[in-house]
Design a protein around this ligand. Structure first.
Ligand code: GLN
Length: 325
């Protein structure tokens, strides 16, 4: 009999990654082997005695070496799941984090009753209809949601990266039309591919630029601005886990105190939000108070809220714009 069985290969792969200090050696070893075989992980369990032969062992060894050297699993497999959707990723984009689902869920929650019959299913659509019939209106609140019971809801995603935020928002809320900005051409290419894959490319326009730069002087106003900006401080950059060092520095580094992008967003967002419009940003777990201060100092916002992630840490700050019309 030629070569090793997949069970033997997976066991050795796991041992290799365990020795290299990988956090989930078994899962990673299995996922990489499944990938080399062009199958899913289930296949390994159903066919433990299968001997793939050919180049499989060499190809697998190369991937194990890269993983053992600290490359994130997702850059090797090329995918990360986020909000129940599969996103293509490569080293030009930050790997979407589960924490960031809190940001998407917060915005969708504020849009409750606005989205109509999206793919979230009958149930959500039915609840929306009830909320609107009860006169609560779309978006619920007093300040936000005025005049939004019909038509397109315009959103802006700053620093879209893989597009995970913009695409999942568009996917779960069919009334959203989104402009998604990123300074990295590589990121925009991946994001466009992801939007096409999830069939929302017709409602998302991807633009190259630095935060609000594509809209300066256009007079454009949005109903919602959302962002997961880079927020790692200089001090924290020096202590990043080695895997995170493989991710683009431009997606992580938020200036020496980590707050540089929040300063710019806090100052400029009121000029691009309609009155009553929502600003929702992800923050580092220890940054909520500082970000709230920055927003407060502008005098441009009301209704500030902090939302915690599933681990109970502060993760999202939201405000409504009081300026303009
Ligand atoms: N949450 C990411 C991390 O912990 C940072 C993402 C960001 O800077 N927006 O690595």
């Amino acid at each position: 009999m030629e070569g090793n069985t997949v069970r033997e290969m997976a066991a050795r792969g796991m041992e290799r990654l365990r020795r290299a200090g990988a956090e989930s050696p078994r899962l990673d070893a299995e996922l990489l082997l499944a990938m080399v075989l062009g199958k899913d992980r289930h296949f390994l369990y159903m066919n433990p005695h299968y001997r793939p032969g050919g180049r499989t062992e060499e190809d697998y060894a190369v991937l194990l070496d890269r993983r053992a050297g600290g490359e994130p699993l997702q850059y090797l497999t090329g995918v990360q799941e986020f909000m129940g959707l599969r996103f293509a990723v490569d080293p030009s984009v930050l790997i979407p984090r589960p924490d960031t689902e809190t940001l998407v869920e917060t915005v969708l929650d504020r849009l409750k009753g606005c989205c109509g019959a999206g793919v979230t299913g009958q149930n959500t659509a039915a609840k929306g209809a009830v909320a609107e019939a009860a006169g609560q209106g779309c978006g619920g609140g007093e300040t936000f949601g005025l005049g939004m019971n019909s038509g397109t809801i315009n959103a802006l995603d700053l620093g879209t990266g893989s597009g995970a935020i913009a695409i999942s928002l568009a996917y779960y809320c069919r009334r959203l039309a989104i402009k998604a900005v990123d300074i990295s051409p590589g990121a925009l290419r991946i994001a466009q591919k992801n939007a096409a894959r999830h069939r929302v490319a017709d409602r998302i326009e991807f633009l190259g630029g630095d935060l609000f730069s594509p809209f300066e002087g256009t007079g454009q106003k949005f109903d919602i601005i959302v962002s997961n900006p880079p927020y790692i401080s200089g001090e924290e950059m020096r202590r990043l886990p080695r895997e995170v060092l493989h991710e683009p520095q431009s997606a992580l580094y938020g200036g020496s105190d980590g707050l540089c992008f929040y300063r710019r967003i806090a100052a400029d967002a009121p000029g691009f939000l309609r009155k009553g419009g929502l600003l929702a940003v992800e923050v580092g777990y220890h940054q909520a108070a500082e970000v709230m201060d920055l927003l407060d100092q502008t005098g441009a916002y009301t209704g500030m809220e902090v939302v915690k992630d599933l681990a109970g840490r502060d993760r999202v700050v939201t405000v409504y714009n009081v300026r303009g019309e």
